[in-house]
Design a protein around this ligand. Sequence first.
Ligand SMILES: NC(=O)c1ccc[n+]([C@@H]2O[C@H](COP(=O)([O-])OP(=O)(O)OC[C@H]3O[C@@H](n4cnc5c(N)ncnc54)[C@H](O)[C@@H]3O)[C@@H](O)[C@H]2O)c1
Length: 289
Amino acid sequence: MSYNLLKGKKGLIFGALNEHSIAWKVAERAVEEGAEIILTNTAVSIRMGTINDLAKKCNTIVVPADATSVVDLENLIDKSMEHFGGKFDFILHSIGMSPNVRKGKTYDDLDYDFLSKTLDISAVSFHKVIQVARKKDAINDWGSIVALSYIAAQRTLYGYNDMADAKALLESIARSFGYIYGREKNVRINTISQSPTPTTAGSGVLGLGDLMDFSESMSPLGNATASDCADYVLTLFSDLTRMVTMQNLLHDGGFSSMGMSLKAMKTYEKGLALQFEDVKSNGSSSTDK
Ligand SMILES: NC(=O)c1ccc[n+]([C@@H]2O[C@H](COP(=O)([O-])OP(=O)(O)OC[C@H]3O[C@@H](n4cnc5c(N)ncnc54)[C@H](O)[C@@H]3O)[C@@H](O)[C@H]2O)c1
């Protein structure tokens, strides 16, 4: 359903790779809500993914940019202002990648060149995007900038690896730049901490299926989907949230406030019963500690 929430607004969306991407859903919903958008991704992702189909659907252009390259970002912001005929209103940063995760390097055996890349791609790029946009005075007063985060920034989750450090930095950048851009131009900057979601980046996380089952069973509302996330992002781009800035907003079906749920307790009990059976028949438990 459309509420015309973004009528007359214009924005730039990073990170739509394919139809599973959170950014893809945001782009579709933003256009449904009356916004004009521009899409961007790396040249490789544009070639490997299906962003051009999305561009057709959204009646717009795709401008290639590596979000770690200031030169690319300057070109992107210039092209965006040219296309829109001036300033625009919102930016979505929906970018994440860890070479350590990709190459199976664990947190206690990190490759530090890879770690620098993780931080640059997944967090520092957010600073670069905002710094370039601000220097070019590309964002209208009361504009809105959003990046996507994950609860591993605050709590340790097995297998999330150096992406946890990247998310902590990302959330800090939202606060530090939120202060500067807010006091000058009333531009607000927030991060949304999303439930685990089956996307290309998500499936790189060790044991995503189990992680999703666990958080589904712990969250009173269940896991938030990519489409749910898109709806939440839109509210932050709209004028209904003008006084929300420098926040990390949890979009997780209640997961972050839970300690133990009945559903998780029942699953755990079943697991214990199975373990007990195992001990009885083999004389030992095969459970990995
Ligand atoms: N999927 C999840 O479980 C989950 C949960 C919470 C937060 N997030 C976050 O949501 C965001 C979007 O991820 P997604 O789950 O939609 O996966 P996705 O794989 O669809 O999107 C990740 C995007 O990052 C882009 N990217 C990588 N390197 C880049 C670079 N140098 N410059 C520009 N773009 C680059 C990729 O091309 C891709 O489009 C990420 O920040 C991710 O960490 C995902």
